[in-house]
Design a binder for this molecule. Structure first.
Ligand SMILES: Nc1ncnc2c1ncn2[C@@H]1O[C@H](COP(=O)(O)OP(=O)(O)OP(=O)(O)O)[C@@H](O)[C@H]1O
Length: 212
């Protein structure tokens, strides 16, 4: 049986007197890909920020490996890769410099891996171009290259495919699948039609929202 790593229990979140979700409970096992679905404004980003420990604007409990998040956020953060709406790319740096900066947090990542990651996201030939001179999709690709370097067990990805062309999306989907197959967890939102459908568990926020 797979290991349950993330437990979400009776989550309640209200913004501006509007209940986004209430009584939201689910568990995620190692190896699972979970897609949070719902219309614009239903609370997908809010939920991902809560799950990432970035927002405390909720009631209920979230546990990672059986430990409430609030009890040991640093330990949780070490196992987490959060990918938000902002690309998190420094525009004055080149793609390679951005990844070297990111890799500085993890000394086990070497230059060859950075090179491979840039190749994998289709940025060969653009390694040395400052990011402010790249397109929106290319900047998103710089950011996505982090997925190829990440050792984190839990990936929480908010609209990771924004501005990425169809071909690029297919390649990234494979990275997500490979992560899950290695025993990782991916929780994501996307308005893209995924090819991975048969591997993805869906949680639809509308089914959990209430009225205030
Ligand atoms: N910091 C905040 N303060 C007050 N209200 C907020 C805040 N952040 C989000 N909201 C509200 O919470 C609701 C849900 O927003 P959220 O960004 O989570 O939706 P979403 O499902 O991700 O939407 P989309 O599909 O458009 O990205 C919105 O009505 C928004 O106005």
């Amino acid at each position: 049986m797979s290991e349950i790593l993330l437990e979400v229990e009776k989550l309640f979140c209200e913004r501006d007197d509007r209940v986004l979700f209430s009584d939201l409970s689910f568990q995620v096992q190692a190896g699972e890909l979970v897609q949070i679905e719902g219309p614009n404004g239903s609370g997908k980003t809010t939920l991902l920020r809560i799950l990432s420990g970035l927002s405390r604007h909720f009631e209920g409990e979230i546990r990672w490996r059986g430990v409430p998040l609030a009890d040991d956020l640093p330990a949780y953060a070490r196992e987490l890769l959060y990918f938000g709406h902002q690309a998190g790319v420094k525009s004055l740096l080149t793609p390679e410099e951005n990844l070297r900066w990111y890799a500085a947090l993890d000394t086990s990542i070497d230059l060859e891996q950075i090179d491979q990651a840039l190749n994998a996201v289709g940025l060969k030939g653009f390694e040395d171009v400052p990011c402010h001179m790249l397109s929106a999709g290319q900047n998103r690709r710089v950011s996505l290259a982090r997925l190829y370097l990440s050792q984190a067990r839990l990936w929480i990805l908010d609209e990771p495919f924004t501005a990425i062309d169809k071909q690029g999306v297919a390649a990234k989907e494979n990275v997500l699948l490979a992560h899950a197959q290695r025993g990782g967890i991916v929780i994501l939102t996307t308005h893209h039609e995924l090819n991975l459908t048969q591997h993805v568990r869906r949680i639809h926020l509308d089914e959990h929202s209430g009225t205030s």
